[in-house]
Ligand binder design. Structure first.
Ligand SMILES: Nc1ncnc2c1ncn2[C@@H]1O[C@H](COP(=O)(O)OP(=O)(O)OP(=O)(O)O)[C@@H](O)[C@H]1O
Ligand SMILES: [Mg+2]
Length: 322
């Protein structure tokens, strides 16, 4: 049997809101092998960050539903108490670079110390040793080692992004979640960060979950792609299967909306708006916007159908075709 470093089964996460429960993550399942990279793509508000926070078990205080299995390195962390989670798993086995993290560095503390802090505070490592570790990490993420003595305002956006990636690696995690790590950067810096991630993946055998709304970026880095819509994964499969030939109507529209070099072909867009997650459409969440919908789509939630090559598609068009 192949070993997985992360297995997620039937993950659900809902928030209490004034209008009722908002189901941001609904029946999400996937797995990740050591060294593998999964890209999660989808429109704004489809539940990408919520999924990431759920995997870290860092859910907000207005959480009303939080169920499913999250098996990290063979242990279901949903059943683990907070003290154990902090001691053994969070940041140590599974770590995350939050969306917009580079803008939340503490402005009055030197960046090297911010990287070293968890070692000093949680692991009682002497300050000098911890700063040496910060230097090693700076080298790993492509920053000059003497930059540990700089303050955040003395760094460019790309450098700050490297610092927050160094922070996420300080306790040697096996799994790294990156939530929109390059969205605020220009394309040249973005390319450098992407190359750095490829190097890190190789040298540390890191498993990466790469969250982005930029499918071209995901295709550059990821072995597998999950396309999310309205809190659900609509299609999941090998990048070389999903990207050239998406099967789910939403995945197909989303991928069809990527511009290509000077083409006469009109770019796809999807009429209508993303679903209201407090009152989602009955049946398939995409049915009101789907050009292929038929009666069943409005009545029942489609299950996941497994097609050739192991690709998973949540769409009744594939009923009986697996
Ligand atoms: N603490 C919260 N309380 C209530 N609703 C929330 C909370 N956090 C997120 N949401 C809602 O959950 C849904 C999913 O949000 P999430 O941030 O996971 O989306 P996303 O895919 O990461 O979007 P983006 O691409 O804009 O970052 C949205 O409708 C959002 O408004
Ligand atoms: Mg987000």
């Amino acid at each position: 049997m192949e070993s997985y470093v992360l297995e997620v089964e039937k993950l659900n996460l809902a928030y209490r809101t004034l209008r009722g429960d908002l189901l941001a993550v609904n029946d999400v399942s996937f797995s990740l092998k050591p060294g593998e990279t999964l890209g999660i793509v989808g429109e704004s508000g489809c539940g990408k960050s919520s999924t990431a926070y759920a995997l870290m078990k860092m859910v907000p205080s207005n959480t009303s539903i939080f169920t499913g299995k999250i098996i990290v390195d063979g242990e279901n962390i949903m059943e683990m108490d907070d003290a154990d989670l902090r001691k053994k798993v969070r940041w140590k086995k599974i770590s995350m670079v939050f969306q917009g993290a580079m803008n939340s560095l503490n402005p009055v503390i030197k960046v090297g110390f911010q990287v070293a802090e968890p070692l000093i505070v949680h692991d009682n490592v002497p300050k000098n040793e911890a700063l040496e570790r910060a230097k090693e990490l700076f080298k790993l993420v492509g920053l000059p080692q003497d930059f540990i003595n700089r303050y955040p305002h003395e760094l460019s956006g790309g450098m700050k992004q490297r610092v927050v990636i160094a922070m996420s690696l300080v306790l040697n995690p096996k799994i790294l979640i990156l939530d929109e790590p390059t969205s605020a950067l220009d394309v040249m810096i973005q390319a450098q960060i992407m190359n750095m991630l490829k190097d890190l993946r190789k040298s540390l055998n890191l498993s990466i979950i790469f969250i982005t709304h930029d499918i071209a970026l995901a295709s550059d880095l990821c072995d597998k792609i999950a396309v999310m819509y309205g809190g659900q994964i609509m299609e999941l499969g090998a990048a070389e299967q999903v990207l050239p030939d998406p099967k789910h109507p939403y995945a197909s529209k989303l991928i069809g909306s990527i511009p290509t070099l000077r083409s006469e072909k009109k770019l796809d867009f999807i009429p209508g708006a993303p679903p209201d997650l407090v009152n989602p459409p009955t049946g398939c969440r995409f049915n009101p916007r789907c050009p292929y919908r038929f009666e069943l789509c409005e009545k029942e939630t489609p299950p996941i159908y497994i097609l050739d090559g192991g690709r998973q598609v949540r769409c009744f068009l594939y009923k009986g075709k697996g």
